[in-house]
Structure formats: structure tokens, C-alpha cells
Design a protein around this ligand. Structure first.
Ligand SMILES: [Zn+2]
Length: 288
């Protein structure tokens, strides 16, 4: 017994009615089977016209339905896409693009759609954007939520990449928002910490009326947690504090964070606590 499509001899363990080998059966179940109506002669003709005509033209010319054509191409591993440009032209355009850039290339080849050539036929040779390196990703995590996106993009200085590239790094690579990696905003943590908890005014964050928010860093939160706080929160906070030790160094963690902000943002973040604010308020009351 032999397989009907590939011609391999079938093992005797299989059912006596079996027509296909395991691989061919799997492919057939997925829709990968060879259409019977395509004879070897027809296949030769199809190969000659493939790429020059599109699907519809091929099916009209040889009187085969489009699904049959797709099935055949999928089985053989071909693409039915029409090739707009000759291989010679594509090579020319890409080599010119690498030397002279986008604007000059478009001027020289005005009839060509440049973007389709660069993205489709130029995989990995001269990409439009560079890949993030490991050390860059580490720096991005260190700056997450405390340095503005614009300043982060300026620091990395990647070609054709601005503030939006940082957001897309978080969306695509990490699949998360990085705002709370280094700490929590005051509004979120205020109930769990004592009054002498230090906050820092950070510029990160979008807002029409205000720019940035008051940030509490994880290492500080761990020290200033109220005794009544539940164990679950305590464990979570200490895990984040260990992570921020990993990011910014085990000793002087908060000091290092502030130095980082000062270096990248060119401005020292303001420090304050609710206790100081209350003292000031009480003093002003006494004066009256
Ligand atoms: Zn087979």
C-alpha cells in the first residue's frame, strides 16, 4: 500500500482502508490537499503565468475556480500574489535606498511605490526602525513612569523614533503599562502609609491642567507602611521594593532614582510630605 499523494509506502500497523500517510492526512484535514483537476500539463502552464497575472485573471484564463487555485498554491507552497515590479528593478531601488534614503529614491523612481518595496522585499537588510537592544530595554524600565516620554526618546536617540516609540515598546514588547514600576501615585497609596511619607513631584504623565503627579517610590512605601496594613499588601510592596533594588542598586535606591531623574530630565524633582504640609498649615493658622 502506498500513500495517494506523496507515494510513501504505508506501514502495516495502519487500518487496511487507509489511503494517505499520517503527514498527508494532517495536511488534508487542514485544507492542504492537491486538487485532482490540476494535471501536470496545466501545472506547467500555471507556473509560467504565475506572478504576471492575478488570481482572477488566472482563473478566467485556465477555467479553474479561485478556491482550487488557492488550494493548489497552498499545497505547493507558492504565493499567487501578483508581482508588480521585476526583480531587477527591486534590487536597483533597494540598493539606491540604502545609499541615498527615502526622499531621493522616490524622486528618482516616481512610478514606484517605495514603501511596499522596502517593507516587502527588504526584510532585515535595511529596516525602517532598529531593534531595541537588551541594555536599552533595561534603561527603559528604569525610566518608566518617572521620566517624560519625550526626554526618554531624546536619551535613546534612535533613528526615526520619537516619544511614541516608547509607548509602542511597552505595548508590544511588555504588553503592559510601565507607569507603576518605580512607585505609586500619592492618591493610590495615601491610605496605607504614615504621614511622614516622602513624595516626589514627577513630570511623567499626560494631563491638560496639570503635568505629572506626586510619586511615592516603592522603597519608601515599604518603610512607611502603617502597622494596620494587611499582609497581602505588605508582601506585594516588598516584592516591588526588591525589584527596584535590582533596577537602581541595593544601597541608596531612592537617592539613585532621584539622581537618574535629575540627569535625564535636567531638573530635580520636588520633595514633600503630608506632615510638612500640615505643619506649614498650622503655622499659618497661628499667625492669624
Ligand atoms: Zn503521503
Amino acid at each position: 500500500m502506498k500513500c495517494k499523494t506523496c507515494g510513501k509506502s504505508l506501514s502495516k500497523k495502519l487500518h487496511f482502508n487507509r489511503e494517505y500517510c499520517d503527514e498527508c492526512q494532517k495536511r488534508a484535514r487542514k485544507g492542504y490537499y492537491f486538487p485532482k483537476m490540476i494535471t501536470p500539463e496545466l501545472e506547467k502552464k500555471l507556473l509560467r503565468h504565475m506572478g504576471k497575472l492575478n488570481r482572477k485573471q488566472l482563473s478566467e484564463r485556465f477555467k479553474i475556480s479561485i478556491p482550487t487555485l488557492t488550494r493548489w498554491s497552498r499545497y505547493r507552497g507558492y504565493t499567487l500574489a501578483q508581482q508588480r515590479y521585476s526583480k531587477k528593478l527591486i534590487k536597483e531601488v533597494i540598493s539606491y535606498y540604502i545609499k541615498h534614503g527615502k526622499i531621493k529614491t522616490q524622486k528618482r523612481y516616481p512610478e514606484v511605490k517605495l514603501r511596499s518595496i522596502i517593507e516587502k522585499h527588504n526584510k532585515g537588510v535595511c529596516p525602517r526602525q532598529k531593534r531595541w537592544t537588551d541594555s536599552q530595554i533595561f534603561e527603559a524600565v528604569r525610566m518608566a513612569g518617572i521620566v517624560t516620554l519625550k526626554k526618554q526618546a531624546e536619551y535613546f536617540n534612535r533613528p526615526h523614533a520619537h516619544a511614541g516609540s516608547i509607548t509602542s515598546l511597552w505595548n508590544k514588547r511588555f504588553n503592559a503599562k510601565g507607569s507603576y514600576i518605580n512607585g505609586l501615585p500619592k492618591a493610590a497609596i495615601r491610605g496605607c502609609v504614615t504621614w511622614d511619607m516622602p513624595y516626589y513631584k514627577v513630570k511623567f504623565g499626560k494631563g491638560v491642567k496639570h503635568s505629572g503627579y506626586c510619586m511615592a517610590f516603592w522603597k519608601d512605601i515599604e518603610k512607611h507602611l502603617k502597622p494596620s496594613v494587611s499582609d497581602v499588601i505588605r508582601r506585594g510592596v516588598s516584592a516591588m521594593a526588591r525589584f527596584s533594588e535590582y533596577l537602581h542598586g541595593k544601597e541608596n535606591t531612592v537617592k539613585n532614582i532621584i539622581e537618574l531623574i535629575e540627569e535625564r530630565e535636567h531638573e530635580k524633582p520636588k520633595r514633600f510630605s503630608d506632615k510638612e504640609r500640615d505643619n506649614r498649615y498650622n503655622k499659618s493658622k497661628q499667625n492669624i
